[in-house]
Design a binder for this molecule. Sequence first.
Ligand code: FPP
Length: 245
Amino acid sequence: MNKIETVKIPRHVAIIMDGNGRWAQSRGLPRAMGHRKGVEAVREAVRVAGDTGVGFLTLFAFSSENWTRPETEVNDLMGLLKAFIRRDLAELHGENVRIRIIGARDNLRGDILPLLIEAEETTKANTGLTLVIAFNYGARDEIARAARKLAEQVAAGVLRPDQIDAVALDAQLDTQGIPDPDLVIRTSGEERLSNFLLWQAAYAELLFVPEYWPDFTRDVFYRALAVYAGRERRYGGIAAAAVTG
Ligand code: FPP
Protein backbone atom coordinates (compact mmCIF):
# COMPACT_ATOMS: atom_id res chain seq x y z
CA MET A 1 0.00 0.00 0.00
CA ASN A 2 2.92 2.32 0.61
CA LYS A 3 3.46 2.44 -3.11
CA ILE A 4 -0.04 3.81 -3.72
CA GLU A 5 0.26 6.23 -0.83
CA THR A 6 3.26 7.85 -2.46
CA VAL A 7 1.73 7.86 -5.93
CA LYS A 8 -1.55 9.55 -6.79
CA ILE A 9 -4.42 9.31 -4.36
CA PRO A 10 -7.73 10.81 -5.55
CA ARG A 11 -8.90 13.66 -3.39
CA HIS A 12 -12.52 12.62 -3.79
CA VAL A 13 -13.82 9.10 -4.44
CA ALA A 14 -17.56 8.63 -5.05
CA ILE A 15 -19.10 5.16 -5.03
CA ILE A 16 -22.34 3.73 -6.42
CA MET A 17 -22.77 0.81 -4.01
CA ASP A 18 -24.57 -1.68 -6.24
CA GLY A 19 -25.31 -5.38 -5.94
CA ASN A 20 -26.47 -5.91 -2.35
CA GLY A 21 -29.58 -7.72 -3.55
CA ARG A 22 -27.71 -9.96 -5.99
CA TRP A 23 -25.07 -10.73 -3.36
CA ALA A 24 -27.84 -12.01 -1.08
CA GLN A 25 -29.78 -13.82 -3.79
CA SER A 26 -26.66 -15.65 -4.99
CA ARG A 27 -26.42 -17.11 -1.48
CA GLY A 28 -30.10 -17.89 -1.16
CA LEU A 29 -30.48 -15.13 1.45
CA PRO A 30 -33.13 -12.39 1.66
CA ARG A 31 -32.16 -9.07 0.05
CA ALA A 32 -32.15 -7.43 3.47
CA MET A 33 -29.11 -9.51 4.39
CA GLY A 34 -27.27 -8.04 1.42
CA HIS A 35 -27.97 -4.52 2.65
CA ARG A 36 -26.83 -5.52 6.13
CA LYS A 37 -23.52 -6.83 4.76
CA GLY A 38 -23.38 -3.66 2.70
CA VAL A 39 -23.17 -1.60 5.86
CA GLU A 40 -20.08 -3.56 6.89
CA ALA A 41 -18.55 -2.75 3.51
CA VAL A 42 -19.40 0.93 4.15
CA ARG A 43 -17.43 0.82 7.43
CA GLU A 44 -14.45 -0.77 5.71
CA ALA A 45 -14.52 1.72 2.82
CA VAL A 46 -14.51 4.61 5.32
CA ARG A 47 -11.49 3.09 7.08
CA VAL A 48 -9.61 2.60 3.79
CA ALA A 49 -10.36 6.15 2.67
CA GLY A 50 -9.03 7.45 6.00
CA ASP A 51 -5.94 5.22 5.87
CA THR A 52 -4.97 6.14 2.32
CA GLY A 53 -5.52 9.88 2.55
CA VAL A 54 -8.62 10.17 0.35
CA GLY A 55 -10.09 13.48 1.50
CA PHE A 56 -13.73 12.99 0.48
CA LEU A 57 -15.70 9.77 0.17
CA THR A 58 -19.22 10.00 -1.25
CA LEU A 59 -21.51 6.98 -0.96
CA PHE A 60 -24.79 6.63 -2.84
CA ALA A 61 -26.95 5.24 -0.03
CA PHE A 62 -30.48 5.90 -1.29
CA SER A 63 -31.58 7.42 -4.56
CA SER A 64 -34.69 9.48 -5.15
CA GLU A 65 -35.82 6.55 -7.32
CA ASN A 66 -35.34 3.94 -4.55
CA TRP A 67 -38.74 4.92 -3.05
CA THR A 68 -40.33 2.75 -5.76
CA ARG A 69 -38.92 -0.41 -4.11
CA PRO A 70 -41.25 -2.55 -2.00
CA GLU A 71 -42.15 -0.82 1.27
CA THR A 72 -40.41 -3.47 3.39
CA GLU A 73 -37.14 -2.91 1.54
CA VAL A 74 -37.44 0.88 1.83
CA ASN A 75 -38.02 0.42 5.56
CA ASP A 76 -35.00 -1.89 5.79
CA LEU A 77 -32.76 0.67 4.10
CA MET A 78 -34.09 3.51 6.28
CA GLY A 79 -33.56 1.37 9.38
CA LEU A 80 -29.99 0.58 8.39
CA LEU A 81 -29.13 4.21 7.76
CA LYS A 82 -30.65 5.24 11.08
CA ALA A 83 -28.81 2.45 12.90
CA PHE A 84 -25.57 3.39 11.16
CA ILE A 85 -25.83 6.99 12.30
CA ARG A 86 -26.90 6.02 15.83
CA ARG A 87 -24.21 3.37 16.28
CA ASP A 88 -21.29 4.80 14.31
CA LEU A 89 -21.61 8.55 14.79
CA ALA A 90 -19.59 8.67 18.03
CA GLU A 91 -16.82 6.55 16.55
CA LEU A 92 -16.70 8.54 13.30
CA HIS A 93 -16.62 11.76 15.29
CA GLY A 94 -13.79 10.32 17.42
CA GLU A 95 -11.89 9.62 14.20
CA ASN A 96 -12.24 13.25 13.12
CA VAL A 97 -14.60 12.35 10.24
CA ARG A 98 -16.85 15.13 8.98
CA ILE A 99 -20.25 14.01 7.71
CA ARG A 100 -22.18 15.75 4.96
CA ILE A 101 -25.53 14.64 3.62
CA ILE A 102 -26.59 15.47 0.05
CA GLY A 103 -30.05 14.99 -1.43
CA ALA A 104 -33.53 16.46 -1.12
CA ARG A 105 -34.74 17.05 2.42
CA ASP A 106 -38.27 18.36 1.99
CA ASN A 107 -40.06 15.00 1.66
CA LEU A 108 -38.10 13.09 4.30
CA ARG A 109 -39.77 11.22 7.11
CA GLY A 110 -39.69 12.98 10.45
CA ASP A 111 -37.57 10.31 12.12
CA ILE A 112 -34.73 10.58 9.59
CA LEU A 113 -34.12 14.29 9.12
CA PRO A 114 -33.14 15.09 12.75
CA LEU A 115 -30.57 12.26 12.67
CA LEU A 116 -29.03 13.56 9.45
CA ILE A 117 -28.84 17.06 10.88
CA GLU A 118 -27.35 15.74 14.12
CA ALA A 119 -24.65 13.84 12.19
CA GLU A 120 -23.69 16.96 10.25
CA GLU A 121 -23.81 19.28 13.25
CA THR A 122 -21.82 16.98 15.55
CA THR A 123 -19.01 16.56 13.04
CA LYS A 124 -18.97 19.91 11.25
CA ALA A 125 -15.68 21.13 12.79
CA ASN A 126 -13.82 17.88 12.10
CA THR A 127 -10.84 18.10 9.79
CA GLY A 128 -10.24 14.50 8.68
CA LEU A 129 -12.06 12.54 5.98
CA THR A 130 -15.32 14.05 4.78
CA LEU A 131 -17.90 11.29 4.43
CA VAL A 132 -20.64 12.44 2.08
CA ILE A 133 -23.79 10.35 2.24
CA ALA A 134 -26.04 10.75 -0.78
CA PHE A 135 -29.48 10.09 0.63
CA ASN A 136 -32.78 10.70 -1.18
CA TYR A 137 -30.43 11.93 -3.87
CA GLY A 138 -30.91 12.33 -7.61
CA ALA A 139 -28.62 14.50 -9.71
CA ARG A 140 -31.34 15.90 -11.97
CA ASP A 141 -33.39 16.86 -8.93
CA GLU A 142 -30.29 18.48 -7.35
CA ILE A 143 -29.59 20.50 -10.52
CA ALA A 144 -33.26 21.52 -10.83
CA ARG A 145 -33.31 22.66 -7.18
CA ALA A 146 -30.13 24.70 -7.81
CA ALA A 147 -31.70 26.29 -10.90
CA ARG A 148 -34.80 27.15 -8.86
CA LYS A 149 -32.69 28.89 -6.21
CA LEU A 150 -30.99 30.98 -8.89
CA ALA A 151 -34.38 31.83 -10.42
CA GLU A 152 -35.62 32.94 -7.00
CA GLN A 153 -32.60 35.22 -6.64
CA VAL A 154 -33.30 36.72 -10.06
CA ALA A 155 -36.96 37.22 -9.14
CA ALA A 156 -35.88 38.92 -5.90
CA GLY A 157 -33.64 41.26 -7.88
CA VAL A 158 -30.37 40.15 -6.24
CA LEU A 159 -29.02 38.35 -9.30
CA ARG A 160 -29.00 39.23 -12.99
CA PRO A 161 -29.59 36.47 -15.58
CA ASP A 162 -26.22 37.26 -17.17
CA GLN A 163 -24.53 36.42 -13.85
CA ILE A 164 -25.71 32.83 -14.11
CA ASP A 165 -22.83 30.66 -15.19
CA ALA A 166 -21.39 27.26 -14.25
CA VAL A 167 -19.74 28.69 -11.12
CA ALA A 168 -22.99 30.28 -9.93
CA LEU A 169 -24.96 27.08 -10.47
CA ASP A 170 -22.27 24.94 -8.88
CA ALA A 171 -22.49 27.09 -5.74
CA GLN A 172 -26.17 26.20 -5.32
CA LEU A 173 -25.68 22.43 -5.50
CA ASP A 174 -25.89 20.22 -2.40
CA THR A 175 -22.16 19.55 -2.83
CA GLN A 176 -21.26 23.19 -2.26
CA GLY A 177 -17.75 23.31 -0.75
CA ILE A 178 -16.97 19.72 -1.75
CA PRO A 179 -14.48 19.27 -4.62
CA ASP A 180 -15.65 17.38 -7.70
CA PRO A 181 -15.07 13.62 -7.57
CA ASP A 182 -11.83 12.45 -9.18
CA LEU A 183 -12.91 8.84 -9.28
CA VAL A 184 -16.42 7.37 -9.50
CA ILE A 185 -16.62 3.65 -8.79
CA ARG A 186 -19.66 1.47 -9.42
CA THR A 187 -19.73 -2.07 -8.12
CA SER A 188 -21.55 -5.18 -9.41
CA GLY A 189 -20.51 -4.89 -13.06
CA GLU A 190 -23.25 -2.41 -14.05
CA GLU A 191 -21.87 0.42 -16.19
CA ARG A 192 -24.19 3.38 -15.62
CA LEU A 193 -24.18 6.59 -13.60
CA SER A 194 -27.86 6.24 -12.64
CA ASN A 195 -28.45 9.92 -11.90
CA PHE A 196 -25.44 10.16 -9.54
CA LEU A 197 -23.38 13.39 -9.41
CA LEU A 198 -24.05 14.10 -13.10
CA TRP A 199 -22.78 17.70 -12.87
CA GLN A 200 -19.86 17.06 -10.52
CA ALA A 201 -18.54 13.98 -12.34
CA ALA A 202 -17.96 15.86 -15.61
CA TYR A 203 -14.23 15.05 -15.57
CA ALA A 204 -14.17 12.13 -13.15
CA GLU A 205 -12.46 8.88 -13.98
CA LEU A 206 -15.07 6.12 -14.09
CA LEU A 207 -14.33 2.64 -12.84
CA PHE A 208 -16.72 -0.30 -12.97
CA VAL A 209 -15.72 -3.28 -10.83
CA PRO A 210 -17.38 -6.71 -10.96
CA GLU A 211 -17.65 -7.27 -7.19
CA TYR A 212 -21.03 -6.85 -5.52
CA TRP A 213 -20.96 -4.10 -2.91
CA PRO A 214 -20.78 -6.44 0.14
CA ASP A 215 -17.59 -7.89 -1.44
CA PHE A 216 -15.98 -4.46 -1.80
CA THR A 217 -13.10 -5.29 0.51
CA ARG A 218 -9.98 -3.35 1.39
CA ASP A 219 -8.13 -5.15 -1.40
CA VAL A 220 -10.76 -4.27 -4.01
CA PHE A 221 -10.59 -0.61 -2.92
CA TYR A 222 -6.77 -0.68 -3.12
CA ARG A 223 -6.98 -2.11 -6.62
CA ALA A 224 -9.36 0.65 -7.66
CA LEU A 225 -6.93 3.24 -6.30
CA ALA A 226 -4.11 1.59 -8.22
CA VAL A 227 -6.12 1.75 -11.47
CA TYR A 228 -6.81 5.44 -10.83
CA ALA A 229 -3.11 6.09 -10.17
CA GLY A 230 -2.33 4.66 -13.59
CA ARG A 231 -4.81 6.82 -15.49
CA GLU A 232 -3.90 10.07 -17.16
CA ARG A 233 -6.42 12.87 -16.80
CA ARG A 234 -6.59 15.50 -19.49
CA TYR A 235 -9.66 17.63 -18.67
CA GLY A 236 -10.33 18.21 -22.38
CA GLY A 237 -6.69 19.13 -23.07
CA ILE A 238 -4.07 16.94 -24.72
CA ALA A 239 -1.69 14.37 -23.26
CA ALA A 240 1.24 15.83 -21.28
CA ALA A 241 3.65 13.85 -23.46
CA ALA A 242 2.24 15.56 -26.55
CA VAL A 243 2.91 19.00 -25.01
CA THR A 244 6.51 18.32 -23.96
CA GLY A 245 7.54 16.11 -26.83
C1 FPP B 1 -27.66 -1.30 -4.16
O1 FPP B 1 -27.94 -2.66 -4.09
C2 FPP B 1 -27.58 -0.68 -2.87
C3 FPP B 1 -28.50 0.19 -2.34
C4 FPP B 1 -29.72 0.58 -3.05
C5 FPP B 1 -28.36 0.80 -1.02
C6 FPP B 1 -26.99 0.88 -0.42
C7 FPP B 1 -27.17 0.96 1.03
C8 FPP B 1 -26.37 0.43 1.98
C9 FPP B 1 -25.09 -0.24 1.68
C10 FPP B 1 -26.77 0.45 3.41
C11 FPP B 1 -26.99 1.80 4.06
C12 FPP B 1 -26.00 2.84 3.76
C13 FPP B 1 -25.18 3.48 4.66
C14 FPP B 1 -24.35 4.64 4.21
C15 FPP B 1 -25.09 3.07 6.07
P1 FPP B 1 -29.22 -3.21 -4.83
O2 FPP B 1 -30.26 -3.49 -3.80
O3 FPP B 1 -29.65 -2.28 -5.91
O4 FPP B 1 -28.66 -4.55 -5.41
P2 FPP B 1 -29.16 -5.30 -6.71
O5 FPP B 1 -28.89 -4.37 -7.87
O6 FPP B 1 -28.30 -6.50 -6.72
O7 FPP B 1 -30.62 -5.60 -6.52
